[in-house]
Design a protein around this ligand. Structure first.
Ligand code: SF4
Length: 283
């Protein structure tokens, strides 16, 4: 390893340094529900430093230059970036009293070998949260991104769903995420199921529940429980070649979803559901 690169690695910026520069008000204007989520995602290259209007420009200048430099060198963007972010989040979670937050998260308080933890359902499978790690309770591997998503849910706290459904366009500062949602999820699902929608109820059944009766003028609608306080709905309209209509899908969120998770995390949840549905289609 070259000395310059080693030095950059050793001195790389971590989320806590950016978090300290934010006002810690969790106002959400940057598109993330908390200043902590903003700091974490910017450091791993998934958020825009300019999205927070409350950062002190003078304090930010050297920080910004160093962050650009480390991203150009590939530091913090890939595996090591996830590990840095996870190290930071593991440190943050140690500050929480699980007994205080279990109920609001829809999680079960557990005690193993005298260590208190939480167990909650993530896309239908149980995961365990302890002060050291987040792991699957059924033995499969969680990716670093899944862990960051779960940490954001636990650390950010959850708000009870309102029961009203809205599109991502209803959330502030969502323009770039709407584009990603269309490209990564809605178009892929529409194209993959065009002309095959009669098979959707059976294909969706192990992952979600059919809610077509709750939506007018759709060909199919399903609800997916991502986390105890986070549910996503997908609406499908099939193609009508004679009329010149292409197949279409739309993701809906509870109107309170942004109080539970930031936009990036909501997009991640949509991508997880999309991948699982496409995996089942291609099985
Ligand atoms: S815009 Fe984001 S980072 Fe800035 S104060 Fe608000 S929540 Fe925190």
């Amino acid at each position: 390893m070259q000395d310059g690169h080693r030095e950059k690695l050793e001195n790389r910026l971590v989320p806590l340094q950016l978090y300290k520069l934010t006002p810690k008000t969790n106002c959400g204007e940057c598109g993330f529900a908390t200043c902590l989520a903003f700091a974490t995602q910017v450091i791993v290259g998934q958020g825009d430093l300019g999205a927070c209007p409350y950062l002190d420009e003078e304090a930010l200048q050297p920080f910004q230059a160093q962050l650009e430099d480390q991203h150009k060198a590939g530091i913090g963007l890939k595996r090591e970036g996830f590990e840095k972010a996870l190290t930071f989040l593991r440190g943050e979670i140690k500050k929480w009293n699980f007994a205080d937050i279990a109920e609001s998260l829809g999680a079960r308080l557990t005690a193993e070998r005298k260590e208190t933890g939480l167990e909650l359902s993530y896309l239908g499978r149980p995961v365990r949260v302890t002060s050291d790690d987040i792991t699957s309770a059924v033995g499969d591997e969680l990716s670093p991104w899944e862990k960051i998503f779960l940490y954001n849910y636990v650390i950010g706290g959850a708000v009870a769903p309102s029961g009203s459904w809205v599109g991502m366009e209803s959330f502030p500062n969502s323009i770039s995420k709407i584009k990603s949602l269309k490209e990564h999820c809605e178009m892929r699902l529409a194209d993959s199921f065009a002309g095959k929608m009669s098979g959707l109820p059976a294909l969706v059944a192990p992952l979600g529940r059919n809610v077509s009766h709750e939506h007018e003028d759709v060909d199919f609608a399903a609800e997916f429980q991502i986390l105890p306080r986070l549910t996503i709905r997908i609406l499908w309209w099939d193609e009508e070649p004679a009329e010149g209509f292409e197949a279409k899908t739309k993701f809906l969120f509870d109107a309170n979803a942004l109080s539970t998770l930031d936009l990036e995390s909501l997009l991640f949840a949509c991508e997880q559901v999309t991948d699982r549905l496409l995996d089942r289609l291609h099985e």
